[in-house]
Design a binder for this molecule. Structure first.
Ligand code: PXP
Length: 238
C-alpha cells in the first residue's frame, strides 16, 4: 500500500495569516524526503487554502507524483489541463463544508463526470473518482471511463463502535474487490489515522491511501518528517 500525503492543512495555516508561511510546497518536499509516494492537494473553487501557485510549483518540483483533487468546475478543469498533474481526483465540492463530506454521486452526474474525464484524458491526465463504497457507484465509475477510484473511508473513520468499524471495513473490502474486478486502480482516504490504519492496511486490494489531517496534526508536535515516517512504518509493517 502506497502513502500519499495531503498538504491542504499546511496551506490553511498559511492562509490564516495571509502571509507566505508555512509553505505547503516546502512541506511537500519534506514529505517526499521522508518517503511519501506522492502529494495530494485540493485546488478549491474558492481557493481557501491551496493556490494556483502552489499547484504549479508542486508540479515542477515533485519527484514522486501530484494528485490534484478537484471539482468538475470548468475553470478548475482548465487549470488542471494546463498544469498536468499525474492524477486528478474528482470530488464533490461545497462552499460551506469544512472538508469533503462524501463521495461523488457518479450516477446523478454521469454526463458531467464523463465529459470531465474525457477532457482530462485528452491532456494525458489519469483520473480517479472519490466515491462511497457503494457497488452501483463503483459500476458507474467504471462505465464513465475512470482509471481509478478512491474509496471514501469517512464512515469507517467515524464509526462509533467496534462492530460498526468492522462492518464499514467489510464494505470497503468488498468495494475494493469490485474495483479490481472492473480493472480499476483502487485508492482510499478520508479520516484515516495512526490507529485506524492498522486494521485498514489488511485490505490487500487497496493500492494507495491518501492521508492529510492526522499526519499534519501529528507534525505539529513531532515534526513533519517524523510524522510521515511513523505512518509509513505502520503501513509497511506486517
Ligand atoms: N481523500 C480526499 C478525496 C479528501 O478530500 C481528503 C480530505 O482533504 C482526504 C483524502 C484526506 O482526508 P484526511 O485529511 O481526513 O486524512
Amino acid at each position: 500500500m502506497r502513502l500519499c500525503i495531503n498538504i491542504d492543512h499546511v496551506a490553511t495555516l498559511r492562509q490564516a495569516r495571509g502571509e507566505n508561511e508555512p509553505d505547503p510546497v516546502t512541506a511537500a518536499m519534506i514529505c517526499e524526503l521522508a518517503g511519501a509516494d506522492g502529494i495530494v492537494c485540493h485546488l478549491r473553487e474558492d481557493r481557501r487554502h491551496v493556490s494556483d501557485r502552489d499547484v504549479r510549483l508542486l508540479r515542477e518540483m515533485l519527484k514522486t507524483k501530484l494528485d490534484l483533487e478537484m471539482s468538475t468546475n470548468e475553470e478548475i478543469v482548465k487549470i488542471a489541463c494546463e498544469i498536468g498533474p499525474e492524477l486528478a481526483t474528482l470530488v464533490p465540492e461545497k462552499r460551506q463544508e469544512l472538508t469533503t463530506e462524501g463521495g461523488l454521486d457518479v450516477i446523478s452526474n454521469y454526463k458531467k463526470v464523463k465529459e470531465t474525464i474525457q477532457e482530462l484524458h485528452r491532456h494525458e491526465i489519469e483520473v480517479s473518482l472519490f466515491i462511497d463504497p457503494i457497488p452501483d457507484q463503483i459500476q458507474a465509475a467504471s462505465d464513465v471511463g475512470t482509471d481509478l477510484i478512491e474509496i471514501h473511508t469517512g464512515d469507517y473513520a467515524n464509526a462509533v463502535s467496534e462492530e460498526e468499524a468492522i462492518e464499514e471495513l467489510e464494505r470497503i473490502r468488498q468495494a475494493a474487490k469490485l474495483g479490481k474486478k472492473l480493472n480499476l486502480g483502487v485508492n482510499a482516504g478520508h479520516g484515516l489515522n495512526y490507529s485506524n490504519i492498522i486494521p485498514f492496511k489488511q485490505i490487500t486490494d487497496i493500492d494507495e491511501v491518501s492521508i492529510g489531517h492526522a499526519i499534519i496534526a501529528k507534525a505539529i508536535f513531532v515534526g513533519l518528517e517524523n510524522a510521515v515516517r511513523e505512518m509509513l512504518r505502520l503501513i509497511r509493517s506486517y
